[in-house]
Design a protein around this ligand. Structure first.
Ligand code: GLP
Length: 240
């Protein structure tokens, strides 16, 4: 079973996970981080910023979980832009060492394989940050995703498009497809750290941690991982 850590609030979670990342980078300057978007991991990046001031991060590598397909990379809500704005720039990482799946339509048929190869060439992901969708998705692996899946194109559910509409002008503007690390890709990372805050995530967290292993709740895949840590506030833990 995953290790469950209940913290008073998101800031405490951020501090805890930032400490773990700092330990990794201190031990290995070429640490490979699995980066997540969404609002949930933001406290980790915020906590890392001051703590990284005295650390050489020039060799740190990073791989984002996912990207929208067909979105202009310069769109402020493309995950390429989000990762640049919320992670790479504030933390002073080397943008050439931080990758996001390529969601451009040209070459989309080999973008998944290219991404898998890049992760392998980097030596695999040391610590993968994860949020969880209200429907239990991790990355953009929506319900029905195979536990063995690798990086590939998926269709977003209506619920995810509704949830993410807050970042766009309207729900119609939310892309319909995405490219995401698969559950199999995520399970290869050496340490999974899933964060969730608030009542709205309680059901997904309970399903991921204690529910049956099922493709209907992709987050339940973390139960297959030998080193998974779930960091939640009281509200997100309320159904455990
Ligand atoms: C998006 C991302 C996921 C993220 C989820 C939850 O769909 N692709 O990686 O975990 O949303 O988002 P939030 O953290 O904003 O609740």
């Amino acid at each position: 079973m995953a290790e469950i850590v209940i913290v008073p609030d998101a800031a405490a979670a951020g501090a805890l996970v930032a400490d773990e990342i700092l330990r990794l980078v201190a031990a290995n300057p070429e640490t490979v981080l699995g980066l997540a978007t969404g609002s949930t991991p933001l406290p980790v990046y915020e906590a890392l910023r001051p703590r990284l001031a005295d650390t050489d991060v020039s060799l740190v590598q990073g791989f984002a979980l996912d990207e929208y397909v067909g979105i202009d990379p310069s769109h402020p809500e493309s995950y390429r832009s989000v990762i640049a704005r919320e992670v790479v720039e504030p933390l002073g990482l080397d943008p050439r060492r931080i990758r996001v799946p390529d969601g451009s339509l040209e070459g989309i048929e080999h973008a998944g394989d290219d991404y898998e190869r890049a992760i392998l060439e980097a030596g695999g992901i040391d610590l993968q940050l994860l949020g969880i969708g209200t429907d239990g998705h991790i990355g953009f692996n929506e319900p029905g995703s195979s536990f063995a899946s690798l990086t590939r194109v998926k269709t977003l559910t209506e619920q995810t498009r509704d949830d993410n509409a807050r970042f766009f002008d309207s729900v119609e503007a939310v892309p319909r497809h995405c490219i995401t690390q698969g559950l199999g890709t995520i399970l290869r990372a050496r340490h999974l750290v899933l964060l969730a805050f608030g009542e709205g995530k309680a059901q997904a967290v309970a399903g991921a941690v204690e529910g049956p292993l099922t493709a209907s709740l992709p987050g339940s895949a973390i139960q297959l991982h030998p080193h998974a840590t779930v960091v939640v506030d009281e509200a997100a833990a309320s159904r455990l």
